[in-house]
Ligand binder design. Structure first.
Ligand SMILES: [Ca+2]
Length: 429
């Protein structure tokens, strides 16, 4: 008789029904064994998954699967688990002990002694012993995520590394901790696309990013797809794969209103939420190269504008933050000042400019000349606000814009951060 699935606790090797796999696939002895562990019949992950027919399978013969590890348990988001993938599919490994197999490892899984079964509709290879069942061949391998939309996701994508674009945490789950690290509890946060399709992001209270807050903006997420009964769940590998800095669905920031030219500015960025793109009160951010914008970050209650290429997936990032139009003809002694700071200094990629012919939208078509100011740089301590000095604009006339430009090349390691706060324009009486 067959034990019902609910009686099989996934961690425990129990007296499951042993089904001998018929030798329906030809033996492959083309390459010599990499170790004393025999190779036997080589299966793709797709062939492995196809063997399963609703009953647990104990592998008793020599079978091997070659794959790349796409997620390990180092981040704490999963425990005694790993995910592997090849060109044909992916599967969840349940390990007898934590660790010892890492993301990027190229491995051969020797199936003898492992058990394949479905747990809450998630197909798993259980009882995997790192010494007996896993032969490492290489490390540092990368698997590209498969780009999917939430509405496309199905059981056929189980255990795969996927990427979703144009998604955001639903309003009640945005800006909330990923999980409950205090009570070490898993938390489900709901991700949605602009059509209202939703999927769960499940995070362990043991994850090293459990305390971090979910982004409030829209963007992309790379994660492993899991399934629990009829629910699909995403497991994030690293927060560096959560890149959400675009306006939320429906919040179009592209229609920047050039607005009235101003003769007074006092911008402290306190009205922006964390991670918001600079786009209010006639200000704008423009991503000239790469997808990064100037965004607001917060520290101890202070909100400020920040440009950084840290963890950027773009090889080059150039981004501009630009003031509203300034009407210098309506001012007699215009003075401009602000504060800047650097953090994780890597390079001098930060500069100040002024333009008399920027039309409010064509940033690279305008003529920007350098505007002298004291900018935070290598000589300054990190995270320390440096006053720009009092910048006399009386040599300029007409309608002008002032911009801060940030440029970084990730392959050169030039990813340090620059920040701006307390921007002021006023009449010096
Ligand atoms: Ca501020």
């Amino acid at each position: 008789m067959i034990l019902s699935k609910k009686n099989i606790f996934p961690f425990i090797f129990s007296a499951v029904v042993m089904l001998l796999i018929a030798g329906c696939i030809h033996d492959d002895f083309d390459e010599p064994p990499l170790s004393d562990i025999p190779v036997g019949t080589v299966l793709t992950i797709s062939e492995l998954r196809d063997i399963y027919e609703n009953e647990p399978i104990l592998f008793e013969d020599d079978y091997s699967v070659y794959a790349t590890v796409t997620m390990d348990d180092k981040s704490g988001n999963i425990y005694r688990n790993a995910f592997i993938q090849d060109e044909t599919g992916a599967i969840n490994l349940r390990l007898q002990a934590p660790g010892a197999v890492y993301q990027g490892d190229s491995v051969r899984i020797y199936l003898k002694g492992t058990i394949m079964d479905s747990y809450m509709q998630m197909l798993q290879l259980d009882n995997v012993n790192v010494d007996r069942n896993i032969i490492k061949k290489a490390n540092g391998k990368t698997v590209e995520p498969q780009l999917l939309s939430i509405s496309d996701i199905g059981s056929q994508h189980q255990a795969r590394l996927i990427k979703l674009e144009g998604v955001q945490f639903i309003a009640s789950d945005a800006g909330e901790p990923f999980a409950d690290s205090e009570n070490l509890m898993n938390v489900n946060r709901m991700l949605e696309d602009c059509d209202g399709n939703q999927i769960i992001v499940r995070t362990s209270g043991y994850a090293n990013f459990a305390d971090e807050l979910t982004p409030e903006l829209n963007g992309s997420v790379i994660a492993i797809l899991s399934q629990f009964r009829s629910d699909f769940q995403l497991y994030i590998r690293s927060l560096s794969e959560v890149d959400m800095n675009d306006p939320r669905c429906g919040d179009d920031d592209n229609g920047t209103d050039p607005g009235e030219a101003v003769t007074f500015i006092d911008e402290d960025f306190q009205s922006y939420p964390d991670y918001a793109v600079i786009n209010q009160n006639g200000w704008m951010s423009y991503a000239e190269v790469g997808g990064r914008d100037w965004i607001v970050r917060t520290h101890q209650g202070n909100h400020y504008a920040q440009a950084t290429a840290y963890n950027s997936s773009d090889p080059v990032n150039i981004m501009w933050m630009i003031t509203p139009p300034i009407d210098l003809d309506a001012m007699s002694n215009p003075v401009f000042e602000f504060e800047s700071a650097q953090a994780f200094y890597t390079h001098d990629g930060f500069s100040l400019h002024i333009s008399g012919n920027f039309n409010g939208s064509d940033v690279t078509g305008a003529t920007w000349e350098p505007l002298a100011a004291r900018l935070a740089g290598e000589q300054d301590p990190s995270n320390t606000w440096i006053h720009s000095g009092y910048i006399d604009l009386s040599a300029y006339s007409g309608i002008v814009h002032i911009s801060w430009r940030y440029e970084a090349e990730e392959p050169l390691g030039n990813t340090g951060s620059f920040r701006v706060d307390n921007v002021k324009l006023y009449e010096d009486n």
